[in-house]
Design a protein around this ligand. Sequence first.
Ligand SMILES: [Zn+2]
Length: 363
Amino acid sequence: MVSVSGCFSESYAEARPKFCSAAADAGGALRSWLNPKARGPNGEALYLDTARFGAADAANMLVLIAGTHGVEGHCGSGAEIAWLRSGEAARLPRDTGALLIHAINPYGFAWTRRVTEDNVDLNRNFVDHHRGYPSNDGYLALADAILPHEWNDASKAETERVFAAYAQKHGAFGLQGAISAGQYTHPDGIFFGGVDPTWSNRTVRAIARDELSRAQRVAVIDFHTGLGPFGHGELICTVPPSAKSFARAKAWYGDEMTSPEGGTSTSAVVVGCMTDAFPQELPDAEVTSIAIEYGTYPVPDVLGAVRADNWLHHRGDLASALGRTLKADMKERFFPAGDKWREMVWLRAEQTIGWAAKGLTGK
Ligand SMILES: [Zn+2]
């Protein structure tokens, strides 16, 4: 029996060797990409690693992705390692391979942040940067409250006041959307989509072309945390309900699969999702993508931790007592301590991966 909790790691520095050795033990082919732009909190080099299983020309490929939102990689890494240690690679159906992408945003994972080294939300970065960016008037109205000059009781109360007034007018979900839908105007803000494709964006596109261009069918599962009831894994399809791949995802994952555009998800409608890269880079393959979003704590607490972390990196002192408190809170909001949440994560991941494998093979 695999200890599920033992598959999860307390830091990126712990997760990386654990992933690599579990992948090697399971017979995977490992590749590593060094992030040339950033180092970890202890000066460590930061890598995105992949492990590949199955024939080079496998018709079907299962793709698991951990760490799109950095700190959420604690969850995805744990699930990937549980998959490896459970011997799932040896049980892949015929003509089916797997590609595990670990720490797609290693900077965010290592620094306990959602963003990349350029303060970019990777899941808002996959837009066409040569075209105009979508506007977000709500964010403009809230930007000063989102990043106050000081982090103290008075500034927090003022932010609450501004948020409450906004929610009064637009509803709580309207407030969540204004903050989290993505913005391209405030590089020092949160949910910032960037000004060009980040290193993680360019790297994952290269990986998709290298590793997946021979596949006919590709199932992508991208691991996230922070929205929804504690431990519940919401299966979110981020492509429009009118897309062909949406109908396919529905057939694979069932009616409980949700859609931000369809108004059934805990997530706001976002543009520039990372998983959009796969159909773009693999035009000849049938790509079916979902995000699995595990709930942790109430939205205001989670968004509060994200704001605090953003303030800390722009205006605070990481080495201060306040800095350490805010970092510990950030980790807990996206990776709750204790065995139960982690066991729930793997249970749902195993089920979802099973559905993906069935969908891929048509069985
Ligand atoms: Zn996320």
